[in-house]
Write a protein that binds this ligand. Structure first.
Ligand code: AMP
Ligand code: MG
Length: 418
């Protein structure tokens, strides 16, 4: 059994980012930039009005002054007007400033009198003018390599005349759930059977982190069927197997993996829940028979210098739903994010006040599920690895280290789930 930190380190060492690709902005949300992006325009790109009002020469504008309206400048094409002392140009939000004008007086601050205005206020230079480059200078970094692309990032890129963006590769994933006792929801169940839920859980979590689920299969605890399912599963970048990784006679995953050519790098990690976790890989050069050549979304040919880019990484998650959930978040999600080119692989963390006493006298760090509300954290439901209800009510995880004893009222760091 290795430590959680060691497991994470080993996994992330093995994983390499996939080759980048260029997509249109509309396909880039929640992907990760494959390069630093610099502003190619200053923002705003010309001096313009922040208000509907009148463009004026500030030094000639005192309360009570009368100005002659000499023209109109709407947002859009520059009308190339020029303003002098004693004159004003009717102007609208976003319209380019006329030559000579250095301020805009709001329409609420004047009285209109035919083709003239009378000022109700003094005017200072620069008022209600958005200066060229005040938000952003040309050449300034607007996006870093590995940064997640959010809605506002996309808007900024569009405003900078980018229609496409280079992002990290798409991660294709297979899910195989195992277990003779499991029945697909929607089917009649017999005494002793339960409904299969991990593939639903994993499918949702994978979609959430931006991976593409290419294959979802359920497989009985039977050697031959497992091998056949695995042969299909290893055609994608990642194969996740749920269940069958413990030490019982019905836990056949490890042997089957060996048979399809997998090298197992990690088996059993000091984490609660989730101890039977497994990590391995099927090298691209694996001698294992492949029933058909990889199609679209199949494993890519290794590119020079990065043989691992074409390996299939295998994660064996314990079958208990909470164990599958926790090990997915701690080990699988960071690996997928790294493959997708992300820099930050961690769940977001926030401090919160603990509402109960908690101690860990076990030999593994314990991930306690609970609810964070108004800065307060309360564990919720049964803290056992099969207890899916409590998990479904939780929005945060608290990691309690081995030997750690936390008192009610302590400020703790939570991992956010939502
Ligand atoms: P295993 O890891 O295969 O020993 O399974 C541990 C526990 O998790 C058993 O109680 C299984 O019935 C349950 N389990 C395994 N796989 C699933 C699944 N896909 N959906 C729901 N429960 C599961
Ligand atoms: Mg099982």
């Amino acid at each position: 059994m290795i430590s959680e930190e060691e497991a994470r380190r080993k996994i992330l060492e093995a994983i390499r980012p996939l080759p980048a690709r260029t997509v249109s902005l509309s396909d880039a949300l929640d992907c990760f930039s494959a390069q630093d992006v610099l502003a190619q325009l200053p923002m705003p790109s010309f001096d313009n009005s922040a208000m509907d009002g009148y463009a004026v020469v500030a030094s000639a504008c005192r309360t009570g002054e009368r100005l002659q309206i000499i023209g109109e400048q709407p947002a859009g094409l520059d009308q190339h007007l020029r303003v002098s002392d004693g004159e004003a140009v009717r102007i609208f939000t976003g319209a380019p400033m006329p030559a000579g004008a250095d301020a805009v007086v709001m329409q609420e601050d004047i009285r209109r009198d035919g083709n003239e205005i009378v000022l109700n206020v003094d005017v200072d230079a620069g008022e209600f003018v958005r200066r060229r480059g005040c938000d952003l200078s040309e050449g300034q970094k607007i996006l870093s390599e590995g940064e997640r692309i959010r809605a506002a990032t996309l808007a900024l890129l569009a405003s900078q005349d980018f229609s496409e963006i280079a992002i990290g590769g798409e991660v294709d994933v297979s899910i195989i759930s195992t277990g003779d006792e499991l029945v697909t929801p929607g089917t009649k169940i017999k005494q002793g059977q339960i409904y299969e839920s991990n593939s639903v859980l994993l499918n949702a979590m994978l979609k959430r982190c931006g991976a593409i689920v290419k294959l979802v299969e359920h497989c009985r605890d039977e050697h031959k069927s497992l091998i056949e399912a695995m042969k299909r599963g290893i055609k994608n970048h990642i194969l996740i197997i749920s269940g069958g990784v413990s030490v019982g006679e019905h836990d056949l995953v490890k042997d089957a993996l060996h048979e399809v050519g997998a090298q197992i790098d990690i088996w059993r990690v000091a984490i609660k829940p989730g101890k039977p976790f497994l990590f391995g890989r099927v090298p691209s050069s694996s001698p294992s028979p492949q029933s058909s050549p990889p199609g679209r979304g199949g494993r890519e040919a290794p590119d020079e210098g990065s043989i691992l880019a074409a390996d299939c990484f295998v994660f064996g998650l314990p079958g208990n739903p909470v164990s599958a959930f926790v090990t997915f978040l701690q080990f699988v999600q960071p690996a997928i994010l790294k493959m997708m080119g992300a820099t930050n692989l961690n769940l977001p963390q926030v401090p919160a006040k603990l509402m109960v006493d908690l101690a860990n006298d076990g030999d593994r760090p314990h991930y306690v599920r609970g609810k964070l509300e108004d800065g307060k954290f309360t564990p919720i439901g049964r803290q056992e690895s099969h207890a899916l209800f409590g998990l479904s009510q939780s929005n945060a995880l608290l990691r309690v280290a081995v030997g750690e004893s936390l008192e009610m009222g302590a400020i703790v760091n939570l991992q956010l789930l939502d």
